[in-house]
Ligand binder design. Structure first.
Ligand SMILES: NC(=O)c1ccc[n+]([C@@H]2O[C@H](COP(=O)([O-])OP(=O)(O)OC[C@H]3O[C@@H](n4cnc5c(N)ncnc54)[C@H](OP(=O)(O)O)[C@@H]3O)[C@@H](O)[C@H]2O)c1
Length: 202
């Protein structure tokens, strides 16, 4: 049975992805800072390395974690923008850089970006920047991964389950259910494509 690590597997998207991958017969383990089968911090490369060493044999990694800072541009401070870079961007990219040496042949990574790279909103510039960088990394890095390991990303719009939380930001957006977003992750893990970004914009 193929084994998949879902980083952020206790979160809104991660829970839906983990459930769907289990339905497809995968052995799912989860990781997060405070919840999950393994505890670690994606912003710390040493912690990522320890996580992979603890898990051992692994076929696939899905990341549904990473935070970005929302602020109007005149109030966006370099140190707050750096928080987005260190968490959602470098957290995921360092997971690939470190994890590529640990995954079994023909495994896969699936990262998460988001709609703001294509459809900007007020206070969203830091998120747009990070999401665009994630997808650009995916497109380029997929060519060079060893042993047939694939790399894709999923770019969701706001989820139905998160619509209330982000109501002030995503005005006029049509939310999509977590179940539909989770299916894009499943397609990446169980499919054959690489270097792709699956948009789920409703
Ligand atoms: N929800 C949406 O509508 C939506 C739409 C588009 C894109 N996205 C993106 O999708 C990702 C997940 O969103 P979500 O709504 O599912 O978030 P969520 O419910 O807050 O879940 C995030 C998960 O990631 C873990 N996590 C966060 N930072 C971590 C770190 N540094 N190291 C390890 N684990 C960490 C959290 O667990 P701990 O707290 O235990 O660490 C949590 O389980 C985010 O990057 C978000 O930008 C979300």
């Amino acid at each position: 049975m193929a084994k998949v690590l879902v980083i952020g597997g206790q979160g809104t998207i991660g829970q839906a992805v983990a459930a769907k991958l289990k339905e497809h017969g995968l052995h799912v383990v989860t990781a997060g800072r405070t919840h999950g089968d393994y505890l670690f911090d994606m912003t710390d490369p040493a912690s990522i390395a320890t996580l992979f060493a603890q898990i051992g044999e692994l076929d696939h990694v899905v990341v549904t974690a990473g935070e970005t800072h929302y602020a109007a541009l005149p109030e966006l401070k370099p140190e707050d923008n750096l928080k987005s870079v260190n968490s959602k961007l470098l957290g995921q990219i360092n997971t690939v850089l470190i994890g590529q040496h640990r995954l079994n042949a023909t495994g896969s990574f699936t990262l998460v970006s988001g709609v703001l790279k294509d459809r900007p909103i007020a206070r969203g510039a830091s998120s747009s920047m990070v999401n665009g960088a994630i997808d650009a990394f995916v497109r380029a890095a997929a060519y060079e991964l060893p042993r047939g390991i694939r790399l894709n990303s999923v770019s969701p719009t706001v989820l139905t389950e998160s619509a209330e939380k982000y109501a002030d930001y995503f005005k006029g957006f049509d939310p999509v259910p977590a179940d539909k977003v989770a299916n894009a992750f499943v397609r990446s893990v169980l499919g054959i494509e690489t270097g792709q970004t699956y948009t789920v914009y409703g």
